[in-house]
Structure formats: C-alpha cells, structure tokens
Design a protein around this ligand. Structure first.
Ligand SMILES: [Ca+2]
Ligand SMILES: [Ca+2]
Ligand SMILES: [Ca+2]
Ligand SMILES: [Ca+2]
Length: 483
C-alpha cells in the first residue's frame, strides 16, 4: 500500500509537491518544527577533521563513537567516544603506527547487536582494506583482517579513473582498495570497496555469534559486470544475512552516473553476487564540483540501510543518493527509494529536501533504528545561503555555505517529517584552507529513538574549536530525539 501511495503521489505531481504532500501526511498542520538540538563539538582539535563516521551501541544508545579523517597530517584518525549521548568525550588520535597501521582515511563504522564495533579503513603503507573491532565501547580497537584487493582476469581500467582516497599508498600506488564501507547484520559483518585499477566492486564478510566471537573473513568476491565501472559504493546486510552493495558507474568527471545495486542472496553461504540491477540515473558524476565542495567535489554518494528490526517493515532496504537538476546547475537534491524484494524493484525516487531553492544538498547519510524500524536521513544543505547575508551566508557568495538538515519517517518511508535544521551554525568549506573540504561522505547513527548525525563544522557555534579563528573544521554531532 505504501508503494502504491508513493507511485500515485509522484506520478502526476512535481517532486517537491509529492514530498510536501508526503510530509503533511505524517505531520499534522501546526505541528512544531523540531528545535535545533544542542550541538556537540566532538573533536575540539587543531586542524581539519573531515569525512566523518559515527556509530551508536545498540545495547547502550548513549554510547556513541565518532571518527574523522585528518587531511592535514601524515597519518591517524580522530576518534571520540562518549557514554552520555555526546555530553562529554574521550578523545584520541588512533592509527599512527602498529598495530592498526598508519591510517590514511576512508574509515567507516558499524555496531552489531552483540556490542562489537566494527571499523574498516585504509593505510598509507599498502593498498589493502583493513578491519578492526572494539569490544569495549570504542575505547580500544584490534585489527582482525587485512584483505588484498584482487584484479579479475582481463581487467582494464576505464579511461581517467582515479582513486579518490586521501593519498596513494607508499608501496603500490597503482593497485589499491578505495572507498570501503562496512555494515553489520544480525549474524554477520560485511565490507565492500572498489579495487583499483580495474574499478571492480568487491566484498568480503564474516559470521558473528557474540561479543568478540566471530569467524574468519571470506576472500573478496567481485560483483559481476562492475569491472571497469564501479565506485563510491555502500554496503548493507539484510535480516536473513543477504548482502547488498550499491555503486555508481561514473568514476570520474561531472557528467552523471547510473547507480546500481547487487545482492548476494545467501551472504556467507557458497555463491556470489547476482547481476546488478539499475537503481537510478543521476547527473552527479564521480568528481562533481559545487561551490560548497570546490576542491574535493562530490559523487552521487548512494547509501543503503536495511531494516532487520523485526518490525512491520522488516526486510525493507532503503537507498538515498544525490541528483542534480539540471546537470551542472549545482542544484543537488537528496533522493530516496526503497525495495521490499532485495532490490529487484524499487519505489519511485522522491526528493527528501523540501526547500524552495536551487541550492546544493549533498553527502546524504541514512540510518535505520533497528529498535523501531524508523528511518532517518541527514545531509549537508546550502538552502539558507542565498548570498544575501543572514544566518545562512558567511560571505555574500550564494550556495557555498552549508548547514546540516535532516528528516525521518516512522512509516517505512511512505511519508517524511518536514525537514529540520540540525547544525546550529553555518559552515564554509572554502574557508578551511584544505583541499579536502568536508570529505567524500558523512554518516549518521540511529538507535532507540536517538538519531546522531555526524558532520564537519567550522562555524565554531559551541565556542570550543581551537582553530575557530582559522575556520578549520571540527567533527560535530547532535542527539536528535525522534518521537
Ligand atoms: Ca553533474
Ligand atoms: Ca537543491
Ligand atoms: Ca555564502
Ligand atoms: Ca579541528
């Protein structure tokens, strides 16, 4: 019924009208727009913290862990650990040497139901894809896997494909994994990544049976037909252990991309991924430059979240991605779809950002609350930067200042709440003095009605940024209570 409703609403109305109508279904007229939640400066650290990861402990939703790449230093990640929902933090830099390795970048996090916090990352010294696990709420990590990306026979690099990792590995700059992502299901954990130079999407996983109890990681398997045209992917694990990856086929340039999903229906059992299915056609390329990310650029940043909550939408998988309308207009929007049949068919794409501007929304993050089945999405949003001053504009230039906005659905994605502002301040990536801008992605975590978006912020809205005067980025989050 929900999918039929979506079809009707999107069939004959503009995307905006559809979203506005959908929003009105879940928000009675006069419903209060959520107030901006208190913002937490998680990093309070010199230099820029960008490209952020966050996870929340299913067993203790006040235990959150944040991580950021450090583009200004040779190696290491910022890590913040909170046991009180972000009020106070244990802060450290990890991965500057053994045993985790000299971490370069591309860290992502996933917390499983047993309490294991999984992390994937890349190092400066080789092109491998690594996995570490924490069993103490994020305070310490142990390296548990180091996978060597493989190259299928007959592979050929597409013209102009360039790894987008922060820096190439020192020993083999031409053979490497890039853009890894990680996801935990009920009884397994999976990582997918792009293997360069063939730009094939590969995935590997392990069974998980308890806190600190898990099997060996599998050898990487390649997604059929992704060879030569897969990058900027994401990973999700379903309730029955099935695994989905998503990726875009345009690995460079600004022109646009097809976004695909592919499923390994039985996960860790023998048998690999089926042929990919087309999810959407985006006009966002692999390196699509916008005023808010003028040096780093953005990709379509397709991301997945799979409901294994045992609730009414158990088994539904959600996808978000970035559209640009028209091409090279910098009018980026956040699109949303879902599937009830492992990606065989998808609901029509609806636009989640409900602004009336032609400004950029980019780097979407999606998370399912596995306690309730609710779904929430956050993103960087330039809607309030018309270049005319005011709280959304730091410099009189339109569309280059970003805030964080979000929305949520309590009915499986049939309707969404009106968008609400999460960041108290307004950030400007060109002011950071860093080529990395906010990085390639951000993340959000959602557990037991608590939604924690993570983002990079140089507004210094909390007054704690040690480089506030230099407009360098700190890693922020906020605790958003979803009713
Ligand atoms: Ca484009
Ligand atoms: Ca837009
Ligand atoms: Ca501006
Ligand atoms: Ca900083």
């Amino acid at each position: 019924m929900n999918r039929r409703m979506l079809g009707i609403l999107t069939g004959s109305t503009s995307a905006f009208a559809a979203v506005a109508l959908l929003a009105s279904m879940t928000a009675p007229a006069g419903a209060a727009v959520p107030r901006i939640p208190p913002n937490f400066d998680s990093s309070v650290m010199h230099g820029n913290e960008a490209e952020d990861a966050i996870a929340v402990n299913p067993a203790n939703p006040s235990n959150i862990v944040t991580m950021a790449t450090l583009p200004d230093v040779v190696s290491g990640l910022f890590e913040g650990v909170s046991f009180n929902g972000g009020k106070t933090w244990t802060r450290q830099v990890i991965g500057t040497a053994a045993p985790l390795g000299e971490i370069c970048c591309d860290q992502q996090l996933a917390w499983d139901r047993f309490g294991n916090l999984w992390m994937t990352y890349l190092v400066n010294t080789n092109g491998n894809v690594l996995v570490a696990v924490s069993t103490d709420g994020g305070l310490t990590f142990s390296k548990v896997a180091e996978i060597v990306p493989t190259t299928p026979t007959g592979s050929k690099a597409p013209s102009g494909a360039t790894p987008k990792r922060l820096r190439p590995p020192s020993n083999n700059p031409n053979i490497l994994g890039d853009q890894p992502s990680i996801s935990a299901g009920p009884n397994s954990v999976w990582v997918s990544y792009t293997s360069f130079p063939s730009t094939v999407v590969q995935a590997f996983g392990a069974s998980v049976t308890g806190l600190g109890t898990f099997g060996s990681f599998s050898a990487p398997e390649s997604v059929p037909t992704s060879n030569g045209r897969g990058d900027f992917g994401d990973t999700a694990v379903g309730p029955d252990g099935q695994v989905m990856v998503t990726y875009q086929d345009q690995t460079n340039g600004q022109g646009g991309a097809h976004i695909y999903t592919a499923v390994d229906a039985n996960g860790l059992q023998p048998g690999g991924f089926a042929d990919p299915r087309l999810l959407a056609r985006s006009r966002v390329g692999g390196f699509d430059f916008i005023p808010a990310q003028p040096d780093r650029s953005v990709d379509a940043e397709a991301n997945l979240a799979w409901d294994h909550s045992s609730g009414p939408h158990n088994g539904r998988v959600y996808a978000v991605w970035t559209q640009e309308t028209p091409n090279e207009s910098d009018n980026m929007d956040i699109m949303f779809q879902f599937s009830d049949n492992n990606g065989a068919t998808w609901s029509p794409a609806v636009r989640l950002n409900d602004d009336h501007t032609v400004n950029s929304q980019f780097n979407p993050a999606i998370a399912v609350d596995q306690a309730t089945g609710d779904v929430a999405v956050s993103w960087y949003d330039c809607r309030n930067d018309l270049g005319m001053g005011g709280p959304g504009d730091t410099d009189g230039i339109p569309n280059d200042d970003a805030q964080i906005w979000a929305t949520f659905s309590t009915n499986g994605g049939a309707g969404f709440a009106p968008n609400f502002q999460v960041s108290a301040g307004t950030s400007n990536a060109p002011d950071t003095g860093s080529f990395f801008d906010y990085g390639d992605y951000t993340h959000a975590a959602f557990q037991s009605h608590l939604f924690y978006p993570a983002w990079s912020d140089n507004s210094n809205s909390t007054g704690q940024n040690p480089d506030g005067a230099l407009h360098q980025l700190d890693l922020f989050t906020a605790k958003v209570v979803i009713p």
